[in-house]
Write a protein that binds this ligand. Structure first.
Ligand SMILES: Cc1cc2nc3c(=O)[nH]c(=O)nc-3n(C[C@H](O)[C@H](O)[C@H](O)COP(=O)(O)OP(=O)(O)OC[C@H]3O[C@@H](n4cnc5c(N)ncnc54)[C@H](O)[C@@H]3O)c2cc1C
Length: 395
């Protein structure tokens, strides 16, 4: 205990700057706060914008949930997590059903759902308010003497940090300090839609309480019931990088945009097309990017990355947020257990490379499978294999 106390004292004479207040940055600051180590999050938005950023996330027992336990927030998470959100239905474009799994809430599965906004609110409520500064968009981090960095923010402020942690997502401004690698377009584009279940009870009944995947012809309709009663829908397809900009779908004319999108899914069953037909009038274009699988860099003094900044991948293993939270946990513990900044980074990075590269490979395999031939049948076969493996392990 005394050794840990001495370590904590050493860290408190240093300035830790976390760039980005997404799930990764927030959990890192919280776990450090729990151990009495100060860190400051610099977030570009003027206030918490996590509610506006995407839908429900499944938080995994062996990663995201471990981080919440270490932060002392698992009880509160359990109370609001949606265990019934693990329901899963799998279709092809004809509406033929391949899987129809209903979660047993009493059994408490290992991947309950929570809306991103709710998760981040839970984290923010536990964070001391002066640990996060809004309106601080990092422009660049410039190396100065002794492994320190000077942070240049768009608002004109400058800060010196002993340790800079890039938790600033896909297009990180910290990453260029460590590697030239940049996110590449995965070949997949999506249109994000939202269906109000109160206005469309028939679609709510079809969707049930969790996820629906419909896969065919290198396209997908991916739907997930959110905690606020809306269904978040991603109409997804392979497309050239510029396709969303080319004007084929006029995003500023929602009625026409929906008509064009429906035409893209023209030969799909009505039960699936209704996810588009019933959608609200806000349609959001999304391109899916990824960093090279297995990305590594030469370790540098005073700087590291967590979450999407370190290993952006397509969302098809459902791991992105879980990895960001696990990275935060591993880095926080490396800090608590190591006196030196370099020693902490050296303890964290190799571990992170090992588990995140496995997930990146899994995400990429899933992308290829879900947008390849016989996608629904092949995905079901993968689930069957996985369930058989789990059953065998439990015997
Ligand atoms: C369509 C879609 C669906 C997804 N579905 C899932 C899913 O089901 N399950 C799952 O686990 N993951 C999913 N993900 C991935 C998941 O959202 C991310 O992996 C996760 O949010 C990464 O967390 P993070 O904290 O690393 O980064 P982010 O959540 O991206 O947070 C980064 C933060 O940094 C801030 N920031 C950015 N630049 C700067 C700057 N220059 N200066 C200061 N602040 C900055 C941003 O405002 C933001 O608050 C999905 C992603 C997409 C695109």
């Amino acid at each position: 205990m005394t050794v840990i106390n001495e370590t904590i004292q050493k860290w408190n004479n240093r300035r830790i700057a976390i760039i980005g207040g997404g799930p990764g940055g927030l959990i890192l600051a919280l776990i450090l706060q729990k151990y009495g180590i100060s860190a400051v999050i610099y977030e570009r938005e003027l206030l918490d914008a996590n509610r506006q950023r995407g839908g429900s996330l499944d938080i995994h027992e062996d990663s995201g949930q471990l981080a919440l336990k270490e932060a002392g927030l698992f009880g509160q998470f359990e109370a609001i997590a949606r265990y019934e959100g693990e329901d899963f239905r799998l279709f092809d474009k004809h509406g033929r059903i391949f899987m129809d799994e209903t979660a047993d809430e009493a059994q408490k599965g290992d991947r309950p759902e929570i809306d991103r906004g709710e998760l981040c609110e839970l984290l923010l409520d536990a964070l001391e308010p002066d640990r996060i500064r809004y309106g601080y968009k990092l422009l660049e981090a410039v190396p100065v003497a002794d492994g320190k960095h000077e942070l240049h923010f768009e608002n004109g402020e400058r800060e010196i940090a002993d340790l800079v942690v890039g938790a600033d997502g896909a297009f990180s401004r910290v990453r260029p300090l460590l590697t030239d690698a940049a996110p590449e377009y995965s070949g997949l584009s999506m249109v994000e839609l939202s269906v109000d279940t109160a206005a469309h009870p028939d679609q709510a009944a079809f969707n049930k309480r969790g996820k629906v995947f419909a896969l065919h012809d290198e396209k997908a309709i991916l739907a997930q019931l959110n905690g606020n009663g809306s269904i978040k829908v991603y109409a997804s397809f392979k497309a050239e990088r510029e396709w969303l900009d080319a004007g084929d779908i006029p995003f500023d004319q929602p009625v026409e945009a929906k008509r064009k999108l429906l035409a893209l899914f023209g030969d799909w069953d009505e039960s699936l097309r209704n996810y588009i037909a019933y959608a609200d009038e806000l349609l959001l274009p999304r391109r899916i990017y990824m960093l090279p699988i297995g990305l590594r860099w030469n370790r540098k003094s005073g700087v590291t990355l967590i979450g999407d900044a370190a290993h952006l991948m397509s969302p098809f293993a459902g791991e992105g947020v879980n990895l960001a939270m696990r990275d935060a946990l591993e880095l926080a513990l490396a800090i608590v257990r190591n006196d030196g900044i370099d020693a902490a980074i050296a303890a964290y990075e190799p571990k992170m490379y090992a588990y995140s590269s496995e997930s990146a490979e899994q995400s990429d395999d899933n992308l290829k499978l879900m947008f390849g031939d016989d996608a629904a049948a092949r995905l079901k076969a993968e689930f069957d294999k996985y369930h058989a493996m789990v059953e065998q392990a439990e015997q």
